[in-house]
Design a protein around this ligand. Structure first.
Ligand code: MEV
Length: 440
């Protein structure tokens, strides 16, 4: 058991690697060498990545793939996706191709409002607090001008600072519930800086306010932070076509297929065990694009799952209908994304990803990400209600199994051919490789 270390962050990268390898791995020489294998040979590029976080040892690779043929609002896109799961990019590409000949995807941004809150405790009369907050409203705007100047010049800024009385839920608890427009920036730093200034302004003004009684003039600021729940920063993406145009999948005709799709969504709406997996499939597409475009996938995940529960039960994020012989499939999700600031201008592959996406605005990117989620869900549910998921999944997973078993390039090639005609379970792959090896 190693003893705690003081000042780890001050060690050089080499020293950190050595310490970790010696204290926490069974083969320090091998581990150090493995860590360094993942360093970039371009020292400047490596330093850029080192400085993204504290205590960087090396890089952690994820494949960056691309799903082409997405027709979105009449424009063709190839969508970059950073993800490790074998079948995700393939499923997205397949769904893109399917809808390419059926009118493609349409998207619409329904709102772009971001939220931040100052959480504070106040012991006193709520009406006097309201009068006080009303009185100091102009100061919230004037005292944040140095932070908001550029954003305001571009058409964004602070939209509203509202007092919310939460003292029925938690004794003495109130909020400044604030809304912002951050345009193409995700806006986390902007929002948090404004909130911290609101808190200072409020506390200072309260201490001398004539509206408040002396015993009410002390406010305890608990915290000032943006919210990743953005139910008014919403995008909708949709596909639709006449039912007949859906075509058949094996024995399943278009009507039956459409009905099965609608039923699958209904199940996800009433059954949380299914809804979580259903939405996980959607997040396969969403996270992959969010990551590839340098956005915060944890923020997106947290906000989207909260939105899935907004009616008091965790439900499907996608919806389907079959009316007047038209099949419609859509998604509506909150997405707070940025295409400027943060990693977007720093990480070379993020810059490339945004270039591949034709340098989207934040609103454009909301649409693209929603489409990736919708396509992913269409692909997954299409497989689930027809052939089952394993057929496609195992085909894509085949190379992982073969790599685990140390198959050579020529073995992989022969077995990929073989499993085009046979079902690829784990055991079948192991048997086939053994057989191949024996026969040669
Ligand atoms: C696997 O990553 C995702 C699926 O489970 C999604 C779903 O069940 O809808 C296939």
């Amino acid at each position: 058991m190693p003893s705690p270390i003081e000042g780890f962050s001050k060690l050089s990268k080499e020293e950190k690697i050595q310490w970790i390898a010696e204290h926490y791995t069974h083969d320090p020489v091998g581990s150090s060498s493995l860590i360094k294998t993942y360093w970039n040979t371009d020292a400047a590029l490596q330093q850029l990545h080192d400085e993204f976080i504290e205590n960087t040892l090396t890089n952690f690779y994820l494949p960056l793939g691309v799903a082409p043929n997405f027709l979105i609002n009449g424009k063709l896109y190839a969508i970059p996706m950073a993800i490790e799961e074998s079948s995700v990019v393939a499923a997205a590409s397949k769904a893109a191709k399917f809808w390419l000949s059926r009118g493609g995807f349409t998207t619409k941004v329904l709102g772009t409002e971001k939220i931040g809150q100052v959480h504070f405790m106040y012991q006193g009369d709520p009406n006097r607090l309201r009068a006080f907050v009303d009185e100091i409203q102009p100061l919230f705007f004037s005292e944040t001008q140095s932070i908001t100047k550029n954003m305001v010049a571009r058409g964004g800024g602070i939209k509203k600072v509202e007092l919310r009385n939460k003292s029925e839920d938690l004794k003495d608890y109130y909020q400044l519930h604030c809304t912002f427009e951050t345009l193409d920036a995700m806006g986390a730093n902007f929002i948090n800086s404004c909130l911290e200034q609101f808190a200072k302004t409020m506390q200072r003004e309260a201490s001398t306010s004539v509206i408040l009684r002396p015993e009410e003039r002390h406010m305890e600021i608990v915290m000032s932070i943006l919210s990743n729940y953005v139910p008014n920063c919403i995008v909708r993406a949709e596909v639709s076509c006449p039912v007949e145009d859906l075509g058949s999948v094996g024995e399943i005709g278009p009507h039956e297929f459409a009905e099965k799709m609608v039923r699958a969504i209904s199940i996800a709406n009433i059954e949380p065990f299914r809804a979580v997996t259903h939405n996980k499939g959607i997040m396969n597409g969403i996270d992959a694009v969010v990551l590839a475009t340098g956005n915060d996938f944890r923020a997106v995940e947290a906000g989207i799952h909260a939105y899935a529960s907004k009616d008091g039960r965790y439900k499907s994020l996608t919806h389907a209908s079959l009316e007047n012989e038209i099949f419609r499939f859509w998604i509506e999700i909150p997405l707070a994304l940025g295409t400027v600031g943060g990693l977007t201008s720093l990480h070379p592959l993020v810059k490339l990803g945004l270039e591949i996406l034709q340098k989207p605005s934040a609103e454009d990117l909301m649409g693209l990400v929603a489409v990736a989620g919708l396509a992913q869900n269409f692909g997954a549910v299409q497989s689930l209600v027809t052939t089952g998921i394993q057929q496609g999944h195992m085909k894509m997973h085949l190379l992982n199994i073969l790599n685990q078993m140390g198959a050579s390039d020529s073995e992989k090639k022969q077995l990929v051919e073989h499993f085009k005609k046979h079902s690829a379970t784990h055991n079948a792959v192991v048997d086939a490789l053994e057989k191949l090896r024996k026969s040669s």
